[in-house]
Design a protein around this ligand. Sequence first.
Ligand code: FES
Length: 103
Amino acid sequence: MSDWIELVALDQLTEGQGKSIKGPDGHCYALFLHGGQVKALDDECCHQGGPLGEGDLDGEGVVSCPWHGWQFSVDTGECLDNPGECVRAYPTRVENGRVHVQV
Ligand code: FES
């Protein structure tokens, strides 16, 4: 069974940037606003745990981990420079101006 959890108001996200958010479940999520769409990944980088929500997001929807620069697709969580590595990507929705992720 999967649940939707509410994380943050949409207006707290900035186009082209990420944000690290701790959910009510205690898990940290990296949220991005890319092309007007909200994307969500695990905040913890699968390399050594860097905060992906604080990484730079490029115009193609690729975030670079702030610690050692591994690059991840914000759509899929796939690590683009280390095949086989990934972080979890979550479905998102916006209801009443609030961002939810499906966990
Ligand atoms: S912790 Fe993310 S690249 Fe090393």
